[in-house]
Ligand binder design. Structure first.
Ligand SMILES: Nc1ncnc2c1ncn2[C@@H]1O[C@H](COP(=O)(O)OP(=O)(O)OP(=O)(O)O)[C@@H](O)[C@H]1O
Length: 300
């Protein structure tokens, strides 16, 4: 099957603390050199990006030039539409890039993938009393979300993984444990104290932590990974295993997979979706939407 014949490029100038804006001339030159037909859409918000994408003719594929937040923000405009999405990673954390085996700033490697036929990947749909979200990579509650919040306060000189690691150390100082009940496909998989629950479609987050090493974005399943009650020291020790993705058989970790998950906390816990903060929640339901996104950027 043929790849797309026309593209629109959504550019978030603010992504990667200006990297997307700086890289745009290079990206544009590379697209011209390849003879790609494109229009550029510079946006100031995710809502604006969604509205502009929805207004495009159905056969126009969209390349998103930005970080994870930019891709996440535009997903609602793609769910179930069949419109192809390609990713040109130009952000700071770039877990989506990691998921795809791309490096932030490498526009040629990203463009090498977008002229072939798109392939269907799964998305997650998460519902909380605060709203509904569509996600490509994953969500977290508890420690994960605290770390996402703290990343905004990390020193400007740090980037990527350094920022995340700084936030991890800062988050450990204020580690909170809550009582949680987790059902996967209607079956109770855990009830008890926990400091973090992650629901993943992709493998890694935080610029390199392999939180869900058995995840596959094309398997029609979501993965749940949670930590029991942990002290700061045991959590830090566990995180060194998470970096390598060797934590799933640790007795302090519970994991499962299925098509839907219900997470209920006894008290409000911070949540993030694809690294974007989603407020404090006590109840969250997530389900997998098999093949809901046509993605151009998978490795061939
Ligand atoms: N289409 C868009 N146009 C402008 N701003 C956007 C758009 N989509 C999202 N944003 C906002 O821009 C912020 C930064 O974008 P993004 O997250 O992509 O960059 P980053 O934080 O550098 O990368 P990463 O999330 O990979 O660390 C988002 O958190 C969001 O608030």
């Amino acid at each position: 099957m043929d790849g797309p014949h026309a593209f629109a490029v959504v550019v978030n100038d603010g992504a990667g603390r200006g990297l997307a804006a700086r890289a745009w001339p290079r990206l544009e030159a590379a697209m011209r050199a390849r003879g790609l037909k494109y229009e550029v859409i510079r946006t100031r918000s995710a809502d604006e990006a969604c509205a502009r994408v929805r207004a495009l003719p159905p056969d126009v594929a969209v390349l998103v030039a930005g970080g994870d937040g930019t891709v996440h923000g535009v997903l609602p405009a793609f769910v179930g539409t069949g419109r192809a999405l390609g990713i040109v990673p130009l952000g700071s954390g770039n877990d989506f890039a990691g998921l795809l085996g791309l490096r932030s700033g490498d526009v040629d490697a990203a463009l090498d993938r977008v002229t072939r036929a798109a392939r269907a990947v799964d998305l997650l749909e998460a519902r909380t009393p605060l709203g509904t979200h569509h996600l490509l990579n994953g969500l977290g509650m508890g420690f994960d979300a605290q770390v996402s919040a703290l990343m905004k306060r990390a020193p400007a000189r740090l980037s990527g993984f350094g920022r995340y690691f700084w936030a991890v150390l800062a988050g450990l100082r204020d580690l909170r444990t809550g009582q949680v009940r987790v059902h996967v496909d209607g079956r109770e998989v855990y009830v008890g104290p926990s400091c973090l629950v992650a629901v993943m479609n992709g493998v890694r987050y935080g610029g390199g932590f392999r939180i869900s090493p058995t995840s596959d974005v094309q398997d029609g399943q979501l993965n749940v990974v949670l930590g029991r009650a942990l002290t700061r020291v045991t959590l830090l020790a566990l995180l060194t295993k998470v970096l390598r993705g060797t934590h799933l058989h640790d007795a302090r970790v519970v994991h499962g997979h299925g098509r839907e998950v219900q997470v209920t906390w006894a008290q409000p816990m911070h949540a993030h979706v694809d690294g974007e903060l989603a407020g404090e929640v006590t109840a969250l339901h997530a389900r997998i939407l098999p093949g809901a996104l046509q993605l151009l950027s998978l490795p061939h």
